[in-house]
Ligand binder design. Structure first.
Ligand SMILES: Cc1ncc(COP(=O)(O)O)c(C=O)c1O
Length: 422
């Protein structure tokens, strides 16, 4: 097997799924998702630490159900995500809604169903307090600590659009007090794919210190962002070391706290990223002079991360390549009509031929949730390998005809006549 990064599952199994379901198809491993949830939950024994899953990473309802079954609550960032969790039966008190430029309608929708609102601006806090006096909420602060795997996902820096400025927290307290609203929680999220654990520890420090000024504080949410290795040989984030360092600090805090306080983390990528693979088929192989290209049946409409963040995903040729010419270096291209539609650059793979199936690894987070129908393409199918080893369709593929028919229906043009025909 090329590329010294372990596939999360036997390649023959992936080949069988590619052949039966066709491509492009996302495949997720239930056992691995569960195992990762459990290892997170064991990190802070006997401490009041709870875990929320960041739904934005992968919102397939089957995935949400699995993670709920592991005792996780949910971190949501839109009213639609709130509704999704509610409709899947989540207790509203286990849904944390981190608003971002929320509308009044979204605020009323979530608040009236008992969901905890995590408010990131003074204006929205004032609107909430006015509409819901005597209730409770959480506030998101801007800690001025930045991290993340790319500038576009660095959310805690000084110029970030997210959160309430630290020097404005006293004003937030005044606004809440005026309306008898109790600020029960304080939250920050410094970025996705944190590079330096020290930054997360520094953010924890800022939150602990800020919470002291909140007399009704009941919980502190440190956000998500735990990274995963994407490149061969990249070391994983040392979770145990991080948890040891954080535990010492949290225990000290609890020892001096006036009221009982619990802590939250809200990771997404770490739970589902490595548990997902995007299967695609090579349909074109060509030598463009200086570069050789493998053309596939997917693209940045299905996996945006390489185009948006210059993100690296390992790619493995699953097909039987024994007896072929020696390894070659390829750019792996998508089928979207844009030159930036590259899944991977300069990858050395066994000689690849049209018809070969490829697996794009670590695609379980921010893959399908960021997928679009650009170029009017259909979305991929999604398949779950259950803990018992069954293959289950968890989102079926639409044919090109269904895709276009749906589009015409949604745009009110299903019955339209060609131009010029009345
Ligand atoms: C508010 C919030 N919480 C949690 C997350 C989850 O981040 P990650 O998937 O890197 O753990 C994100 C993603 O950026 C986020 O915006």
């Amino acid at each position: 097997m090329q590329a010294n990064h372990p596939l999360p599952v036997d390649p023959d199994r992936l080949l069988a799924i590619a052949e039966k379901w066709g491509t492009p198809t996302y495949v997720y491993l239930e056992a691995m998702i569960r195992e990762r949830c459990r290892s997170l939950k064991s990190l802070f024994p006997e401490m009041p630490v709870s875990w929320l899953y960041a739904v934005k990473a992968n919102d397939n309802p089957h995935v949400i159900r699995i993670i709920a079954g592991e005792g996780f609550g949910f971190d949501t960032v839109s009213y639609e995500e709130v509704l999704l969790c509610l409709k899947l039966g989540t207790d509203p008190r286990n849904i944390f809604y981190t608003e971002n430029n929320m509308t009044d309608a979204e605020m009323h929708g979530a608040a009236s169903q008992g969901v905890i609102l995590n408010i990131g601006s003074l204006g929205r806090l004032a609107a909430f307090c006015k509409a819901y006096p005597g209730t409770e909420c959480s506030i998101r602060i801007k800690p001025d600590i930045s991290d993340g795997h790319h500038a576009k996902v660095d959310t805690g820096n000084q110029d970030s659009k997210f959160g309430i400025r630290l020097d404005l927290v006293p004003e937030a307290v005044n606004i809440a007090r005026k309306h008898g609203v109790r600020i029960r929680g304080i939250h920050a999220h410094i970025g996705s794919g944190i590079q330096e654990p020290e930054n997360l520890l520094a953010e924890i420090e800022v939150l602990l210190k800020s919470s002291v000024n909140l007399q009704d504080i009941a919980f502190i949410n440190f956000g998500g962002g735990i990274p995963i290795p994407y490149r061969p040989g990249e070391s994983p984030f040392d979770l145990e070391r991080f948890a040891d360092l954080a535990s010492d600090r949290l225990k000290k805090f609890l020892a001096g706290a006036k009221n009982p306080v619990s802590f939250f983390f809200e990771p997404g990528r770490w739970i589902v990223g490595p548990a997902g693979v995007l299967l695609t088929q090579a349909n074109t192989v060509k030598d463009q002079g200086r570069k050789s290209f493998i053309g596939t049946d997917t693209g940045f409409n299905h996996l945006l991360r390489p185009a948006l963040y210059d993100a690296y995903h390992m790619v493995v040729n699953l097909s039987g390549t024994t007896g072929r010419e020696e390894d070659k270096t390829y750019h792996i291209a998508g089928n979207i009509c844009e030159s930036g539609d590259m899944l991977a650059l300069d990858r050395t793979l066994p000689e690849t031929r049209p018809g070969d199936y490829l697996a794009v690894l670590d695609a379980g987070a921010y893959g399908m949730t960021m997928a679009s129908q650009y170029n009017r393409r259909a979305l991929p199918a999604e398949v779950l390998i259950t803990t018992e080893g069954y293959h289950k369709t968890i989102r079926s593929r639409k044919s090109p005809e269904e895709t276009v028919d749906d589009f015409l229906r949604e745009t009110g043009m299903a019955a339209a006549q060609p131009d010029g025909v009345s």
